[in-house]
Write a protein that binds this ligand. Structure first.
Ligand code: FAD
Length: 476
């Protein structure tokens, strides 16, 4: 391949979107990666909701995320039109999402209120529905929704059709050269990223390097720490989704979902020509320190099916299961995506998209392309690698994390008597705060305390609290 203007590492939705955008802008692009359909890649497991309002929760104190998702959604129709033309393939962009709240998850109501407020903030239409009349919903009586909100402009696409079109477009674009390999190292010369070395030793020289390699990004960045300065870790948030053989006329006419719950994107049904999509689970791991969990486990199947059959459609219990998908969502330890130039000239990051990478891909692509061309940013970028958001303080992290842990631990049956879930969450959070701040000469305790501190430092996301409980459980 020799030398290109820009090398993009990663062949998921983000890497392919950047390659297409940069090539359309006239740059010669090298796109490196094993393709989009490899085990563990996030994009192929996604339901591809373009969730703006549906992803908003009461806990989001900053509106920057909401605005970025909104701006990303606005780009979709134009961006998809260009892709369809280039690939010569059909990818439908459909609209309409109903967000339901039930009594299985106490925060649903609060989050639905937050969604109403977000819609007003963005001047987006929403419509209150009679929760008993939501089309395509047939829950068990005890799990029926108590509120439902229609977001008529919230879209979704068919992941398989989308990725297939992007794959074709990147393979046929006259200015994109695909390299079916794995990047092993970023080449640095005179304090500038100048290309990559592949695992087979091949070198590819480029004017700029973009890392969109999901959970492998951390490994590629590690040797560059002296140049980039401190960056958040890129963690792996494993997600599982299922496909049921339900003919299209028997599927709901639009996406039906809960608000985000615990550490995940809530429960959702996404209509799809290849089968009805059921999503999704979430489990965090650190790709650099642990054995990565692979495949869709029995527990993950159980969680999804138990929740969705009861809370959404009991009739689906007779539907044949035709597939399980799984992938590692790239999520950063400070909870925000990493988009744009690093402190190392020539090196750009495009990852950490967590639950929203499909939605964000066109916006990320246009931001990175403008950076490469030295043009002004076409939309505000709240996620530059060199300027990170403030971390949440430890007591509020543990308070929310404690409540979410109880919810996870009592799933799938839930329902502790009285308000014992609150009592238990408060007790857990208080014990942890005490454990972290207490002083003792006992070496075992000192060691444990140091470990808990380290976890919070490295994983200040709410999900990091999971790891604290794991450590607590295995060390006491
Ligand atoms: C179950 C589930 C449901 C989801 N639902 C939604 C949704 O409804 N809406 C939404 O917007 N988002 C959703 N997401 C999140 C979304 O899928 C991700 O944010 C997005 O796909 C990330 O895209 P990516 O290109 O960064 O990563 P990936 O799709 O993981 O692609 C990265 C690619 O890089 C390659 N790679 C890795 N290392 C190297 C290397 N060293 N050299 C070269 N290539 C390398 C990998 O093989 C992979 O192909 C969901 C995710 C999951 C798992």
């Amino acid at each position: 391949m020799g030398s290109v203007d820009v090398v993009v590492v990663g062949t998921g939705v983000v890497g392919m979107a950047i390659a297409l955008s940069a090539a359309d802008a006239g740059l010669k692009v090298g796109l490196v990666g094993p393709g989009y359909a490899v085990p563990g890649a996030a994009s192929q497991a996604a339901g591809a909701m373009l969730g703006v309002l549906g992803e908003h929760t009461a806990g989001q104190s900053s509106t920057a995320d909401l605005w970025f998702r909104h701006q990303s959604a606005l780009r979709w129709p134009g961006w998809l039109g260009t892709l369809i033309e280039r690939a010569g393939m059909r990818v439908a962009l459909r609209q309409g999402t109903v967000v339901i709240a039930n009594l299985d998850y106490p925060a649903d109501h609060e989050n639905l209120d937050a969604i109403r407020a977000a819609a007003a903030n963005l001047d987006q239409p929403v419509e209150e529905l009679d929760p008993r009349q939501v089309m395509g919903l047939r829950p068990a009586a005890r799990h029926a929704p108590v509120a439902a909100l229609l977001c008529p402009q919230e879209g979704w696409v068919d992941t398989t059709a989308l990725l297939s079109a992007m794959n074709t477009a990147t393979q046929t674009h006259p200015r994109i050269e695909r390299l079916d390999g794995t990047a092993a190292q970023v080449l640095v010369t005179n304090g500038r990223a100048v290309g990559i070395t592949l695992e087979d030793g091949t070198q590819l020289h480029a004017g700029a390097v973009i890392l969109a390699a999901d959970t492998a990004t951390d490994g590629l960045l590690a040797p560059l720490a002296a140049h980039t300065g401190p960056l958040p870790k890129v963690l792996a948030a494993k997600g599982v989704s299922l496909l049921l053989d339900v003919p299209e006329p028997a599927q709901p006419p639009m996406v039906v979902r809960t608000p985000n719950r615990d550490f995940a994107c809530g429960l959702h049904l996404v209509p799809n020509s290849g089968g009805l999509y059921l999503g999704a689970t979430n489990r965090f791991t650190d790709p650099t320190t642990t054995d990565m969990p692979t495949g869709a486990t029995a527990g993950e199947h159980h969680h999804l099916l138990h929740a969705l059959l009861h809370q959404f459609r009991t009739d689906l219990r007779t539907a044949p299961l035709i597939g399980a998908r799984w992938g590692y969502r790239p999520a950063t330890s400070d909870g925000a995506p990493l988009i744009g130039a690093t402190a190392l000239p020539g090196l750009h990051l495009a990852t950490g998209t967590y639950r929203n990478g499909i939605l964000m891909a066109p916006a990320i692509a246009t931001l990175i392309t403008a950076e490469l061309l030295g043009q002004p940013a076409p939309l505000p970028n709240p996620y530059p690698p060199t300027q990170r958001p403030n971390r949440p303080d430890i007591p509020s992290l543990l308070a929310t994390g404690g409540a979410q842990m109880i919810s996870v631990l009592t799933d799938p049956h839930g329902n502790m008597p009285y308000d014992r879930d609150h009592q238990l969450a408060n007790t857990l959070s208080s014990l942890l705060i005490l454990a972290i701040s207490s002083h003792t000469d006992n070496n075992d305790h000192h060691d444990l305390r140091e470990r808990l501190h380290a976890i919070i430092d490295q994983h200040p996301t709410l999900e990091g609290v999971c790891r604290i409980f794991d450590t607590w459980e295995t060390r006491t």
